[in-house]
Design a protein around this ligand. Structure first.
Ligand code: GDP
Ligand code: MG
Ligand code: ZN
Length: 350
């Protein structure tokens, strides 16, 4: 029996599960994983097969049709905004139930419940949620040891995004061949102490590639990192045969990568699981996180929350009796991390 048949569900026309014996009104639905999407067309993987799918009229009513690359939705035709909260009801990483048309294509009827989602505010004119990836098991923040120089404040932003989404985060440092061993230890020790595992890699020397493959094994991972840090090279190195396109060495400003990854795609890995390589997303803004929640996204602030003189309403920004500020002054909380907190809080207010 093929994996398709094994995955087959009996689902009523309205999309709900039906009782056995009610088969006359049922259509045979298969289950699959959305790996790619482009302008209302979705690639659904089921077993070894990839089935191009459209979506049902019901789901289409909840789609704001993108006029350009869905990875950078910015303009769309707005039809009935009142009912719409998300740009697209179907996200990469979703498990969906679809009807096979018999010609190798299909139609998605239902999105199965998500266990997590990584969202951003859509960069378009209306504040809508854009789900970048659903059902993510972990986020991997990727930074180069050099070229480009790591920006630790940006790492803090990524970690906050993962914390806010309830997704475990880890850190991968690339291009270790460009620095002396130990060059990034001081900074990374801080993050390891906070509970974020760190893997040091180089696709040139081969350092850490086995460890990185193990980091991804059997999970759905999303890689976050600026263009040029070496995300695609890393994926090619741990999954030979992928042949993803690596950024050409830019001739312009030293260390500035060019954008080559233009689509979001979930790439299945032979070790099990899959990975989504993101195209250096500039506008990755927090979705629905207020100041109080933001504090909880910093593991080292959690023990202090609520203990300031002004309780949970303290902004930890110079108020009297602020135990967070006190901990920073004592050296119990890293000043750099605290400054990241203040900067992100400012953006969240804006
Ligand atoms: N020295 C060195 N260069 C690397 C390494 N990994 C990638 N690069 C280079 O960094 C540039 C950007 O790589 P790419 O994988 O496209 O980065 P992405 O934009 O994050 O996907 C390319 O010129 C790569 O050859 C590495 O481990 N060491
Ligand atoms: Mg890339
Ligand atoms: Zn405070």
């Amino acid at each position: 029996m093929s994996a398709v048949v094994e995955d087959t569900l009996q689902v009523g026309l309205d999309g709900g599960l039906i009782a056995e014996g009610d088969q006359a009104s049922a259509v045979m639905l298969s289950q699959g994983l959305v790996t790619r999407k482009d302008r209302g067309r979705y690639m659904v993987r089921t077993g070894e097969k990839a089935v191009p799918c459209t979506i049902s009229a019901m789901l289409r009513k909840r789609l704001l049709y993108p006029l350009r690359d869905p990875a950078s939705l910015g303009h769309y035709e707005v039809q009935r905004v009142e009912d719409i909260e998300v740009v697209d009801p179907v996200a990469i990483g979703d498990q969906v139930a679809f009807v096979a048309a018999g010609d190798g294509t299909g139609m998605i009827k239902e999105v199965l419940p998500r266990k997590s989602q990584l969202s951003r505010r859509d960069p378009g004119p209306i504040p809508l949620e854009q789900v970048l990836v659903a059902n993510v098991d972990q986020m991997v923040a990727v930074f180069a040891a050099a070229r480009p120089q790591p920006k630790w404040h940006l790492l803090d932003r990524y970690l906050v995004i993962a914390e806010a989404a309830g997704i475990p985060a880890r850190i991968c440092i690339t291009k270790m061949d460009l620095v002396d061993a130990g060059a990034v230890d001081d900074m990374l020790g801080l993050y390891q102490d906070l509970g974020y595992p760190v893997t040091l890699t180089s696709t040139v020397g081969g350092q850490g590639l086995t460890a990185f493959r193990d980091d991804l094994r059997g999970r759905i991972s999303v890689l976050l990192g600026k263009s040029g840090v070496g995300k695609t090279s890393l994926l090619n190195a741990i999954e030979p045969g992928l042949g993803l396109k690596v950024n050409a060495v830019s001739t312009g400003k030293i260390g500035k990568g060019r954008h080559t990854t233009t689509h979001l795609e979930l790439v299945p890995l032979s070790v099990g699981g899959g990975v989504v390589d993101t195209p250096g997303m500039r506008e990755l803004a927090l979705w629905h996180t207020d100041r109080q929640e933001l504090g909880a996204c910093f593991p080292e602030l959690r023990p202090y929350l609520g203990a300031c003189k002004f309780g949970l309403s303290c902004h930890h920004d110079g108020e009297p009796g602020c135990v967070v500020r006190e901990a920073v002054d004592n050296g119990d909380i890293s000043r750099a991390r605290y400054e990241s907190y203040l900067r992100i809080a400012q953006d969240a207010d804006a």
